[in-house]
Design a protein. Structure first.
Length: 349
């Protein structure tokens, strides 16, 4: 985060999650005047308070489902990052209305509260599962994107600049399969793999934060920003982890769970038809047409260059050695490997 944000005031919804904690640290290191954390989990807030011990961080216990809570938390704030969400695919499949209440209506509360309070910019965090969604989590995240875009489309003079970011699996984040695999490796049991041939995008937590920062600095109302990413198969990811920890690769194949797809899509062909390529990032501007479609059909360019979807089956795929190298770059993985290496070193000594 650039020094231009030094001395500014921020709010992070879902601020005790993996992304939120990383962003809080980045903002504090950048000289933020105040960082507010809004979440439902008072226990995580208390742990975060004791770990950070920084008076610039203020903690708000509340839920984005409640509009009054979002209004109070965003009052006198300049910038907001909306990370609060229900993210687990299977639980959203069994409780879809809960996903609607948090991911759609809760996001609308955040957008409206920011506009009411004159927040300068709001970035909402979306997911690759929002593209051609087949599960409730992806559907509600897609609707969240639509809420943000509709606000920008219907309010051209809005005080708040609202945009979204969309990314794939964040390695070692809450709910990631990597901590589960490591737990199973350390317990000496086969790894529970849904489908070894399933592919997923891979992104580090720092890369996800960099995407949000890019959108924050460059986004226009209604934009969706996407970070290009490599992918791998779940089988290769599990094998790479077994190799790192020096154990045989043994899997228990479960089959695809409720609401899962063989691959995920970061950008649809419709997105790519109007996307702007920034190298590492794609900017997809909002379709700003009004309801007079015939005007655009008669006077506009109806011919579009065909594009293929950008998904985890057709992006660059990492092999097992490349995945191992990427995993070694994660601080959490290094810490786990160091912990295992200490008893061996003591035994040799």
């Amino acid at each position: 985060m650039t020094s231009s944000l030094s001395g500014r005031r921020f709010l992070i919804t879902g601020g005790t999650g993996s992304f939120g904690q990383t962003m809080v640290a980045r903002l504090l290191n950048s000289g933020a005047e105040e960082v507010r954390v809004l979440s439902r989990d008072e226990s995580k807030q208390d742990a975060m308070r004791h770990r950070l011990r920084d008076d610039r961080v203020r903690y708000y216990v509340g839920d984005v489902r409640d509009y009054d809570t979002t209004v109070k938390a965003s009052r006198d704030v300049e910038f907001v990052f909306h990370a609060a969400a229900l993210k687990q695919v299977p639980s959203c499949e069994f409780f879809p209305l809960e996903a609607v209440r948090t991911n759609v209506l809760g996001s609308a509360n955040v957008v409206n509260a920011c506009e009411r309070n004159g927040v300068e910019a709001l970035v909402l965090l979306s997911t690759d599962k929002a593209v051609y969604p087949v599960n409730a989590m992806g559907m509600t995240k897609a609707l969240m994107e639509k809420v943000a875009q509709a606000h920008s489309r219907n309010n051209p003079a809005a005080r708040t600049r609202v945009c979204c970011v969309r990314y794939g699996n964040v390695m070692y984040s809450r709910g990631s399969v990597i901590p589960l695999f490591i737990e199973q490796i350390r317990a000496g049991i086969p790894l529970t793999v849904t489908d070894p041939g399933m592919t997923r995008f891979l992104m580090s937590l720092d890369q996800s934060v960099e995407l949000v920062e890019h959108a924050f600095h460059h986004g226009q109302p209604g934009d969706v920003f996407i970070r290009k990413a490599d992918a791998c198969t779940i089988g290769d990811l599990a094998t790479a982890l077994c190799n790192l920890f020096g154990v045989p690769a043994k899997f228990n194949v479960l089959g695809i769970r409720h609401g899962e797809k063989p691959y995920e899509t970061l950008a649809s062909r419709e997105d790519l038809a109007r996307a702007v390529d920034f190298g590492q990032f794609l900017r997809v501007p909002v379709d700003s047409r009004d309801l007079n479609y015939s005007l655009y059909f008669e006077e506009g360019d109806v011919d579009r260059e065909p594009h293929a979807d950008y998904h985890s089956h057709n992006t660059r795929r990492l092999d097992v050695p490349e995945i191992m190298e990427l995993l070694r770059s994660l601080p959490e993985i290094r810490a786990q490997l160091d912990e295992l290496a200490q008893p061996a070193a003591l035994a040799r000594g």
